[in-house]
Design a protein around this ligand. Structure first.
Ligand SMILES: [Zn+2]
Length: 369
């Protein structure tokens, strides 16, 4: 993709020369990377999709206010998108879960699920793992349908002595074991896109994201090398074969699907979801279609940030064979999208069948066969 970036800069510099010659008598005119965003002049068939072809389950959503929010507001947006079930990964723990579940059961019992979160304070103190596992059991008894682990594990979670807790720290084992016993999935986000660890220069595909979100920059000591974090996650998956894990954001290998496929072959207890990485799939429609065909039982629909208008890009990449259409966030992708044109039987698995299989407690009658 460095080549793509070079082409882009070549295009930009030739444009600069033209404009400079025409308007400023040859003086050097430069344009801001963010500003240069020309509407495409390409004329090809367009199939904009604002509503998914089938009812779907979004397994990666965050609604921090769920204990006391008016769910009607969400339902109106969900109905327009054809989102039948929203999985709120930010269920927290204890009373917060009880309140969210109560709000759901009172108002829309079939439309929302909550996942519990672990409070990592005190790792390293006596019996921490057993207590955390007990809390998870209680949260599930109170209605949680899964466990979500934030990227803070690996990044910022420390033990009682102040040391970074690795993702596969054995002191957390009781939690993963308990999730397996309870037959609930663990959706886990580890690390971030690899370019966040690379020098922030003209060769970095996420340069704009780092320029606009400086706190996302990482390096080998802050907090650890990318490969180390990813290796920790994979050791965790392999150690707990009886627990189903959902690797968030395609495990940060959406730009190397052959490698991700090999990882899935190696780790049959792992699923993936594509929250925030559809731009990677949309730039390689042939490879993506190969992956979605071969691994059609291992992929879940996830979006992450709750911006209802942005779902249209996801639907269009999955459902259509449209060419060169815009993505919605330049700091994820300064390139255009192409659709995979997935057939209905695969779409149904991605949209709901795989989630129905691995997440307990969803009413199947809301979905077609
Ligand atoms: Zn998330």
């Amino acid at each position: 993709m460095i080549r793509g970036m070079k082409n882009w800069f070549c295009l930009l510099s030739s444009l600069v020369v033209l404009e400079g010659a025409a308007q400023t008598n040859g003086s050097d005119v430069r344009m801001d990377f963010e500003k240069y965003n020309p509407p495409s002049t390409l004329v090809v068939p367009e199939h904009k999709v604002t509503r998914a072809k089938f009812p779907f389950i979004d397994v990666h959503n965050h609604q921090f206010g769920m204990p006391d929010m008016d769910l009607n507001v969400l339902i109106r947006a969900m109905d327009q998108l054809n989102m039948q079930v929203m999985v709120n990964l930010s269920g927290q723990t204890g009373d917060r879960i009880k309140k969210s579940v109560n709000n759901i059961r009172t108002n829309f019992p079939k439309r929302f699920l909550v996942f519990a979160n672990v409070n990592f304070q005190g790792v390293g103190s006596d019996g921490w793992g057993e207590k955390a596992a007990q809390q998870l059991e209680e949260d599930v008894r109170n209605g949680a349908s899964g466990l979500k682990i934030y990227k803070s594990l690996g990044f910022s979670v420390t033990d009682v002595s102040g040391k970074r807790v690795p993702v596969d720290d054995p002191r957390l084992d009781p939690v993963w074991k308990k999730a397996g016993e309870l037959r609930i999935p663990v959706l886990i986000h580890t690390a971030d896109p690899k370019p966040f660890w690379q020098p922030m220069d003209e060769k970095n595909e996420r340069w704009l994201e780092l320029a606009t979100h400086p706190n996302r920059k990482k390096d080998d000591t802050n907090p650890a090398p990318w490969d180390t974090l990813i290796a920790e996650q994979h050791r965790l998956f392999k150690k707990h074969k009886g627990t189903t894990f959902i690797a968030a954001h395609f495990g940060w290998y959406p730009n190397d699907l052959a490698h991700l496929g090999a990882l899935l072959d190696e780790m049959p207890n792992v699923m993936v979801e594509f929250g925030a990485i559809i731009a990677e799939l949309g730039r390689q429609p042939k490879m993506s279609k190969w992956f979605f065909t071969k691994y059609q039982d291992r992929i879940l629909f996830g979006k992450d940030s709750w911006v209802p208008d942005e779902y249209a890009t996801y639907f269009r990449v999955l459902e259509t064979e449209d060419e060169y259409f815009p993505y919605h966030k330049k700091y994820h992708a300064f390139w255009a999208m192409y659709g995979m044109g997935l057939p209905d039987d695969i779409l149904k698995k991605i949209y709901y069948k795989n989630a129905l299989r691995i997440i307990p407690g969803i009413d199947k009658s809301q979905f077609p066969d």
